[in-house]
Write a protein that binds this ligand. Structure first.
Ligand code: ATP
Ligand code: MG
Length: 245
């Protein structure tokens, strides 16, 4: 069973969509489109496929997320009011200081997230900001085993998740701690690379357990409607000048 991503052209690269119950890392440097893709997955899941979703951010508060999403015509408040969407989150400093106050940690947070997914009967979950989330764990091994537990529990619930993970500029690797890409069932790498005077957005399915997938880079674009894959043979990626060049 496949879960449609809601990103035009992406399901074809994944052999039909994300395997149900799997978790996929969206990996990339800053500004590569991770948050937009994660949000599009949740919003389109609700509006196009009738699948309730939970969006957890470790960077932005729900009000700010709602404002960001409006730029793409996605009305998160409305989806929340219809009980199809649960927005959770805050900036990390506020999460951690609240966590300290109530004695909560990363493990409690996972329990809470899984509980919300269960209660809402959510079929989709997006977790935005794994690097920040990792700060709630005492060490990389604890983070890795926490992610593995979450993966297992979400899988049992049949909830299909995407987790965004930042890669630092100038660094190799698929996640900041070097553990998340091993736990995740799939990894999609987003890039915004310079070629001459322009930058091109590309996406690559780097890993996807239990399925064959595309083995080439695809151009994609971000516009008012969100993200879409540019088909081979379309007039190449949109050329945009990089400011300051
Ligand atoms: N309406 C739009 N039209 C075209 N491009 C847009 C639009 N809105 C945002 N973008 C592009 O998307 C980028 C931001 O994408 P997003 O926030 O998903 O990145 P990110 O990978 O989550 O970054 P970070 O790691 O900093 O959180 C912007 O820098 C801009 O280039
Ligand atoms: Mg982001």
């Amino acid at each position: 069973m496949r879960v449609k991503t809601g990103v035009p052209g992406l399901d074809e690269l994944l052999g039909g969509g994300l395997p149900r119950g799997s978790c996929t890392l969206l990996s990339g440097k800053c500004g590569t489109g991770k948050t937009i893709l994660a949000m599009q997955y949740i919003v389109k899941g609700i509006t196009d496929y009738g699948e309730p979703g939970v969006f957890v951010s470790f960077e932005r508060e729900p009000e700010a997320l709602c404002e960001d999403a409006k730029g793409f015509g996605w009305h998160l408040k409305l989806l929340e009011n219809q009980k199809n969407l649960e927005l959770m989150g805050d900036s990390l400093d506020r999460i951690t200081s609240f966590g300290k106050k109530v004695g909560a940690n990363g493990e409690n947070m996972i329990t809470e997230i899984v509980e919300v997914v269960r209660e809402k009967e959510a079929e989709r979950l997006a977790l935005d900001g794994l690097a920040q989330f990792s700060a709630m764990f005492p060490n990389p091994l604890a983070f890795r085993s926490g992610l593995a537990r979450m993966q297992r529990e979400l899988g049992k619930l049949g909830c299909t998740s995407v987790w965004t993970s930042e890669v630092d500029e100038g660094k190799e690797g698929l996640g900041r701690l070097g553990v998340e890409e091993y736990v995740a069932d799939g990894v999609i790498v987003l890039c915004y690379e310079r070629g001459g005077l322009t930058r091109n957005r590309t996406l690559e399915v780097r890993k996807m357990r239990r399925t064959g997938h595309s083995n080439h880079l695809s151009f994609f674009e971000i516009s008012e409607g969100g993200i879409r894959i540019v088909k081979p043979g379309e007039n190449g990626p949109p050329k945009k000048r990089v400011q300051g060049e």
